[in-house]
Unconditional design. Structure first.
Length: 355
């Protein structure tokens, strides 16, 4: 009989709602399990990447509006950017609402101390952009380090030699920014996929060790592939909750302090529960098998008893027939002797008369 393949969404449903289904999931091929977790992480990466780009678009729109209303002069030439705000402030800080992005413009000073202060400030934010005279620095919560791009590199890549406020506003609202957003989405998605998949593989290894220990304590012997599968599918709900938490956090700022601990604890609960259920099923099947064996033994004994009874009856029948045969022979013998005696008596009677 051909093995039925479980669909991706059916696996999600089983791994979250059906602990009994883990016995079937544990029997999956390793290649299918790996394909499942890769597809799940790809969906995660797409959603997270889309959220980052959405927030970046919001930040870009807010920045364009701020430049239009609050910046009096912007000029870029010879790989140097100059930004003069209406307020006359040397350093400008912008924090658009509901974006979680902090933007610092420090494009007027050459004071290294002030530049380093703003670099440290942007490094300590979750999501931020620092605009300096000669480079731009981006900080994202998906990375512990900042990413730096020099204006010279950007200029040579996009053939930008000179720009002013009007041209910059046109760029921020034109096709160039849309192309940049698309490239940003692809880059962030690939980066998140690689980073989070690597983390998931480590989590799977640790959870597989936990699953191995639980199986040994429970007295259950499973193949290593089955243990690996159980550890992998136990991460389904934590990953989905991570996606939901990421979305909620991105748009509301809601923070769960011990979410990572809950993430691991939830996967551990799924592992322990599924293994104990598998153990229970194995015990039930063993009891059922024992009952079948006992019933087979009872039937075998019954058949043996009947066979012995039949043999005994056959033996008794054989003895009865032999006895009847002997009795018949004895009767025939006696009849022959009686006839013989009668003949002898008949032969002696005339002599008695003559005497």
């Amino acid at each position: 009989m051909k093995e039925e393949k479980l669909s991706f969404f059916k696996k999600i449903k089983m791994s979250i709602l059906d602990f009994d289904g883990y016995q079937e999931l544990a029997a999956e091929k390793i290649s299918r399990t790996i394909g499942y977790i890769v597809l799940l992480m790809l969906i995660f990466s797409i959603i997270v990447g889309a959220i980052y780009v959405f927030k970046f678009v919001q930040g870009t729109n807010a920045t364009r509006e701020y430049i239009e209303n609050e910046i009096s002069e912007i000029s870029y030439e010879n790989y140097q950017l100059t930004v003069v705000p209406n307020s006359g402030e040397e350093i400008t800080r912008i924090e658009p609402e509901n974006t979680g992005i902090k933007i610092i413009i420090n494009a007027q000073t050459n004071d290294e101390e002030k530049i380093n202060d703003t670099i440290n400030e942007i490094s300590n934010t979750e999501n931020g952009i620092l605009i300096l005279k000669d480079r731009i620095i981006i900080k994202s919560e998906i990375s512990t380090r900042t990413v730096e791009y020099s204006y010279q590199t950007i200029s040579e890549a996009y053939n930008i030699n000179k720009i002013d406020k009007t041209e910059l506003l046109n760029i921020l609202s034109g096709n160039e920014i849309k192309i940049f957003m698309a490239m940003l989405f692809v880059g962030i998605m690939i980066y998140i996929f690689i980073i989070y998949l690597s983390n998931i593989l480590v989590d799977m290894l640790l959870l597989a060790i936990l699953a191995y220990i639980v199986t040994r304590v429970a007295g259950l012997r499973l193949k290593y592939s089955a243990i690996y599968n159980i550890a992998t599918y136990s991460l389904t709900l934590p990953i989905i909750l991570n996606i939901i938490y990421f979305v909620v956090n991105a748009f509301t700022g809601f923070v769960i302090e011990y979410f990572q601990l809950m993430y691991t604890a939830l996967a551990s609960i799924y592992i322990i529960t599924s293994i104990l259920i598998i153990k229970s099923d194995v015990m039930k099947k063993q009891l059922e098998l024992n009952r079948i064996v006992e019933e087979q033994e009872r039937v075998r004994q019954e058949l043996k008893r009947k066979e012995e009874e039949e043999k005994e009856q056959a033996e008794q029948e054989r003895r009865r027939r032999e006895r009847e045969k002997r009795e018949k022979k004895e009767k025939e013998r006696k009849e022959r002797e009686e006839k013989k005696e009668e003949k002898g008596n008949l032969g002696k009677e005339p002599e008695g008369d003559n005497a």
